[in-house]
Design a protein around this ligand. Structure first.
Ligand code: GUN
Ligand code: FE
Length: 425
């Protein structure tokens, strides 16, 4: 029995149910019922013969991308200020640009453009920082919801070490955060709040303590930054002499817990990585940002070997592009340099294409309770990629075609985007 809610998508299906291995089915059928994946079939089962069919021909059908860490306001400053390291980049460029989001009209214009561009780039699940502005944060959530994007957005908290134009008092920060949580309750079916202390240098102990209490009271997840840059880490050491390591400045206030996302972790050593794994914290790996701000190269192979949750992120605008195809390519390139400079040690082995693809799709999906890969029962999130305009080649395998599409990083190759079972493009 089929009904109007049954959809059949035909194409070459490529996904990564396991780290390092692709599953491919050429000219196969992906069936959804009510937007949920019913299965992948080489031959279309009889019961689906009369369902609506969309034939994508030779194109690849892959899971859409997840971006586990990016800054929505920094969309207006992509590619700016990279001759400076992190802390100078924040002070010289970032904080001034973020202050502009006090203007709600400006925020709406920027955030609608950002939401449209995310869809164009095939990213349908995000964990995003807004700014400290409550109104602009609600506008961002609304823009993403209406564009069909799903995930988490955080009103940023910061009550120290930033200019007057981008700083709250501790009381304001907590009151505005509570008000924001109440205002978004039940309002956005696909965009949920996540508590967002910017990073330890931006938040007093009193603010961190208040946020820890809110996380417990409302049972909310948390996102922040960790061990990104040498000067930042040294600063945190001075601010918290009682903490042996950076992560403890979050743990001290109840912010270090299952599902907490920490961006970067470039300099997280064995002990800090063990704390990440034990707590069930997620690492958002942003290789493009880490190179642009010359923060370093994160030890991703070690994290994977040790069983940490790692997923890719653009970290726009530390990352200069929203594209997760680009992030995947950067993850591979960065890992190869780390491998080379380690003296080609096996415990620093570089990431392969199937591994980077997994980190850009399957890994992040699991943060949202789905996947890995196209898993029966999950709402369909998919991207259709076409290499029809590439120079002619011999007959390529689906894996070879995916590799070329990743390295080409061309938005024109993205022909269709499906989010929560709905066609967005
Ligand atoms: N640490 C604190 N704020 C930021 C930010 O906006 N971007 C990056 N990359 N790191 C940060
Ligand atoms: Fe960031």
């Amino acid at each position: 029995m089929t009904n109007a809610a049954t959809h059949v998508y035909r194409g070459t299906i490529v996904h990564a149910p396991h780290l390092g291995a692709l599953e491919c089915a050429e000219h196969a059928y992906l069936v959804t019922e009510g937007g949920r994946i019913a299965g992948i079939f080489e031959e279309l089962p009889g019961k689906y013969q009369n369902a609506a069919l969309e034939d994508f021909g030779d194109s690849l059908i892959i899971p859409s991308f997840t971006d586990l860490h990016l800054h929505a306001p920094q969309y207006i400053m992509m590619g700016m200020g990279f001759d400076l390291p992190l802390l100078d980049w924040l002070n010289t460029y970032t904080f001034k640009e973020e202050a502009r989001f006090a203007d709600a009209d400006f925020a709406r214009t920027v955030y609608e453009a950002l939401a449209a561009e995310l869809v164009r780039r095939g990213t349908t699940r995000v964990c995003m920082f807004s700014t400290l502005h409550r109104k602009a944060t609600l506008i961002l959530m609304d823009a993403l919801e209406r564009a069909g994007i799903t995930g988490y957005v955080g009103k940023v908290n910061m009550d120290r070490n930033s200019p007057d134009c981008l700083r709250e008092t501790c009381e304001e920060s907590l009151a505005e955060t509570r008000r924001w949580i109440e205002e978004c309750a039940g309002r956005f079916p696909h965009i949920k709040p996540i508590l967002t202390p910017r990073f330890t240098p931006s938040c007093t102990d009193a603010l961190m303590e208040g946020l820890g209490a809110l996380a417990a009271e409302y049972d909310l997840p948390v996102q922040s930054h960790l061990s990104e840059n040498d000067a930042e880490i040294e600063w945190v050491r001075e601010l918290h002499p009682d903490c042996a390591q950076y992560w403890e400045t979050y743990a001290k206030f109840g912010l270090w817990k299952q599902g907490t996302i920490m961006a970067h972790c470039v300099h997280s050593d064995t002990r800090e990585r063990a704390a990440i794994r034990t707590a069930g914290v997620w690492v958002a790996h942003s290789p493009d940002s880490n190179t642009n701000l010359y923060s370093g190269v994160a030890p991703v192979r070690k994290m994977l070997n040790e069983g940490l949750h790692v997923a890719l992120a653009s970290d726009v605008a530390g990352g200069a592009k929203l594209s997760m195809l680009h992030a995947a390519g950067e993850a591979i390139r960065a890992s190869k340099l780390r491998y080379y400079y380690s003296g080609k040690r096996q415990d620093e082995a570089y990431l392969t294409v199937p591994e980077a693809f997994y980190l850009a799709t399957s890994a992040g999906q699991q943060y949202f309770g789905a996947g890995p890969g196209f898993r029966a029962g999950d709402m369909l999130h998919a991207v259709v990629l076409s290499d029809a305009a590439f120079p002619p080649s011999r007959r390529l395998t689906p894996a070879e075609r995916l590799e070329r599409l990743i390295y080409a990083d061309d938005p024109d190759t993205i022909r269709a985007v499906i989010s929560e079972g709905r066609r967005l493009r």
